[in-house]
Design a protein around this ligand. Structure first.
Ligand code: PLP
Length: 431
């Protein structure tokens, strides 16, 4: 958790904001976001390096605008993500390809958006060459490969290797490139995203290896203008981990570029496209403690103290989905209470709606100041794959997002969803 605009992290200020927007709410800390943008720009501020924001991590227009103002390009993974980026002011077209559309399958309006706005498609399946050509597309393409190796904080986030659905298998890339050439599509970029949230040393080793693979492949791609080493820069969710040092990535990207230039004898842009690293520390989910209740030890197991809060996995699903850890702080009008082991659970009619669990699905009570009804309880580092993966399960509307500016001012950047929002797609039409 960062302490910029730390002044808000007390019961009075938070409660003041909560009285205006209700709870739960998401708090987006502009200073923390800008610190991470600076860190990425520092490692890509030499020529020929470009960073994209994997907007799937958090797609709020205000966040996209911040990325645009800072010269960060976009990695989009659906037709609608492209339209969101265009509405946030990112330029259409592929000269240069500020917006990239990465997909293994063209769903819904993806093909139409590529054609209408001249967006560079990054294809992850060989058959997409035919689909593009049949749709009348004759522009440049990028190609996502599966290099056969990868990493991830959990298996589900490891996107490289034989068990990953993502990308064109490395040894099949040449054949796909031939098909593209025959269809009049120039392959201008090679891309691989091999996983999310690995350990830093694993990331460095794998990205070096990936750059080597691309240098070997590059000679078969006469129109190559760029390679992408994907995203996957980790974030330290546990206080014990300490801040992640990304500076070693700078020289690595420089080396990768030299390698590519040597391989093809001309300039090649090297790209990265983090999502998590940019936004994870900048957002907290602030919930209200509705009640505290206890169970007693019996033959089935250990008695627990449950802090029942009004935020649940409809808001932040990562603990329920991956057993992910998010730092928790309690803010009380009474000051800090004595600490004890607390299970923090949400309002959903779903026993899995618990924030304090580990990756083996077991309860992992957290040692916290014992909360009382009315206290505020915040889950930190919730910027990546937080709001973006929230849902309307139990017909609950998504919580509002509040932008906290560096001067301490606050703005609503998305309001709480209403029943009208939840039902707006419902209809009764003959089809
Ligand atoms: C194609 C692609 N690029 C980039 C990312 C961003 O990954 P991360 O948030 O780990 O940086 C993802 C995430 O899964 C992805 O699928």
């Amino acid at each position: 958790m960062t302490t910029s605009t730390a002044g808000i992290w007390n019961f009075e200020s938070l409660n003041n904001l909560a009285s205006r927007v209700g709870t739960p709410f998401w708090l987006v800390d502009a200073a923390a976001l800008r610190r991470r943008i600076r860190a990425i720009k520092e490692i890509t501020n030499t020529g020929g390096l470009q960073s994209r924001y994997a907007m799937k991590a958090l797609s709020a227009t205000r966040v996209l605008k911040e990325m645009r103002e800072q010269g960060i390009w976009i990695d989009a993974v659906s037709g609608n993500e492209v339209l969101r980026a265009l509405r946030a002011g990112f330029p259409a077209g592929n000269q240069p390809p500020v917006i990239l559309l990465t997909a293994d399958v063209f769903r819904d309006n993806a093909l139409k958006v590529i054609l209408d706005h001249g967006i560079l498609p990054n294809i992850g399946s060989p058959g997409m060459v035919r689909q593009l050509a049949d749709a009348g597309y004759n522009g440049p393409i990028a190609m996502r490969v599966n290099p056969g190796f990868g990493h991830g904080h959990v298996n589900a986030c490891d996107t490289g290797g034989p068990s990953s659905k993502h990308g064109i298998w490395l040894s099949a890339a040449g054949e796909a490139a031939d098909a593209a050439r025959k269809a009049g599509l120039r392959v201008v970029m090679l891309h691989a995203h091999i996983g999310s949230g690995p350990k830093m040393e694993e990331l460095l080793a794998n990205l070096r290896r990936l750059a080597g693979e691309f240098a070997r492949l590059a000679t078969d791609f006469p129109d190559l203008e760029a390679i992408s080493l994907g995203g996957g820069i980790p974030h330290a969710y546990k206080e014990s981990q300490g801040e992640i040092d990304v500076t070693p990535l700078g020289p690595l990207f420089g080396e990768a570029r030299e390698l590519l230039i040597k391989a093809v004898g001309r300039d090649v842009r090297v790209e990265i496209e983090p999502g998590r690293f940019f936004v994870a520390p900048s957002v907290s989910l602030v919930t209200r403690v509705a009640d505290v209740k206890k169970t007693s030890t019996n033959e089935k197991g250990q008695g627990q103290t449950f802090a029942m809060v009004d935020g649940g996995f409809v808001d932040l699903i990562r603990p329920a989905m991956y057993g992910s850890y998010h730092k928790i702080t309690v803010h009380s009008a009474r000051g800090a209470a004595p600490e004890k082991d607390i299970v923090v659970a949400g309002p959903l009619c779903e026993s899995g709606d618990v924030f304090t669990r580990d990756s083996s699905d077991l309860l992992a009570p957290r040692h916290l100041p014992e909360p009382s009804p009315g206290d505020l309880l915040a889950l930190h580092d919730a910027g990546a794959y937080g709001y973006a993966m929230s849902s309307n399960y139990n017909s609950i509307g998504r919580a509002p997002q509040v932008w906290l500016e560096e001067d301490g001012s606050t703005r609503l950047i998305s309001r709480r969803e209403t029943i009208e929002d939840i039902l707006k797609a419902e209809t009764d039409e003959a089809v």
